[in-house]
Design a protein around this ligand. Structure first.
Ligand code: PLP
Length: 370
């Protein structure tokens, strides 16, 4: 097979182009009616009071954290965050001027561990920032109990979990604020973009103000709070609106891709699939496997023009966060990070190509076991 098989690339059909042309023809390309319409659709989709678009998932997190800080008057405080996540989760906390405190994850679902959270709570802890690990839910009941007992808020990183649900609702909609990303390897992508959702009117107003230099709506001449420019624009909203029309098809594609991998690779003892609760509505944004000889398998696939991706390094390994401990302090995050591989999936990958990837994986284990 000649084509390179890459990990999670976006595909653009004619629909996006048609809507983008409408925006260009209108002459208004900043944040306007297309963005308003998209926010309305997102609010309905998530069944939340407010959805706000911004420039990236990182900016969405920043807005949620900053609004929480300004409303509660927080200073010199800590936010608990999983050690295994994309570094943006921790960086957004620093950007807002708070201190991220790393917490180990649960071994089976890869999300922040409630038991470990309880060990890290101090008088300075004001929030928890759980990350829905690529479509998997964290322990909503336990975290709700902990935040109630300790007067904390939850700000959710659901950057890679748009469309994923449990029987309690959409991931990203359990906390005070939830954040999604629209960056290139997400279920819906316009290159760069982010969504903030909240059911709290005060948070909504504050986020809107911070996002636009301190004003709530265009035409308001007095800027009541400090603010930035983290506004979205109608060109990108047009792309998202077009893709959002077939969100269900997109979810099905990701689910079917992972189901095919699970079926094809079920007889390889060196590979295991961490559980996804399909029956509750969880959607696997990436296909993560735990695997022996991860790096050698990756190399073998690359030689065959197949490009999977190794899991992130834990946050504690990155220089800005190295003062928080070593692998022995975060055993689960370290173990998963070292053994987890993301196989090629996404809207640009066909089931036929996945069949080919599976053949090459089987070939690798046959070779090393012979
Ligand atoms: C878990 C997680 N958090 C945050 C982000 C940041 O989102 P963005 O790249 O849109 O800023 C990402 C993006 O890839 C992510 O995977």
């Amino acid at each position: 097979m000649a084509n390179r098989i890459r990990w999670n690339e976006p595909v653009f059909t004619g629909e996006e182009k048609k809507l983008v042309n409408e925006v260009l023809d209108s002459g208004y390309v900043s944040e306007g009616s297309f963005t308003k319409e998209l926010e309305k659709q997102l609010q309905k989709y998530f069944s939340v009071k407010h959805a706000i678009l911004t420039t990236s998932g990182t900016a969405a997190l920043f807005l949620g954290i900053k609004a929480d800080q300004m409303i509660r008057g927080l200073k010199d405080y800590e936010i608990l965050v999983p050690d295994l996540t994309f570094i943006a989760t921790a960086n957004a906390i620093k950007w807002a001027g708070a201190n991220p405190v790393l917490v180990d994850i649960e071994k089976n679902r890869f999300c922040i561990s409630p038991k470990e959270i309880e060990k890290k709570i101090t008088l300075k802890t004001k929030s928890i920032l759980p990350m829905s690990f690529l479509g998997r839910s964290w322990d909503v009941n336990e975290l709700n109990r902990i935040v109630k007992e300790n007067n904390l808020t939850i700000i959710e990183d659901a950057a890679a979990a748009l469309g994923s649900k449990t029987n309690q609702g959409h991931l990203g909609c359990f906390g005070k604020v939830g954040c999604y990303s629209l960056q290139s390897n997400k279920i819906i992508s316009c290159g760069q973009g982010g969504i903030v959702v909240t059911n709290d009117d005060e948070y909504f107003e504050m986020i809107k103000r911070i996002k636009d230099q301190g004003r709530l709506y265009r035409g308001e001449e007095i800027y009541l709070t400090e603010g930035y420019n983290l506004k979205f624009n109608d060109i990108l909203s047009a792309i998202v609106l077009a893709q959002f029309r077939n969100i269900e098809e997109r979810k099905d594609r990701l689910i079917n891709q992972r189901l095919m991998y699970e079926k094809e690779l079920s007889e390889i003892p060196e590979i295991s699939f961490p559980k996804i609760n399909y029956e509750q509505g969880e959607v696997p944004s990436y296909v993560d496997i735990l695997v022996k000889n991860r790096d050698k398998l990756k190399q073998h696939l690359e030689l065959n023009e197949i490009f999977p991706r190794a899991c992130w390094k834990p946050i504690h390994k990155n220089p800005p966060y190295q003062n928080q401990g070593n692998d022995s302090h975060f055993p689960n995050a370290s173990l998963i990070s070292n053994n987890c591989l993301w196989l090629p999936n996404g809207h640009a990958v066909s089931l036929e190509q996945i069949g080919y990837v599976c053949e090459k994986i089987k070939e690798f284990y046959e070779k090393i076991n012979s």
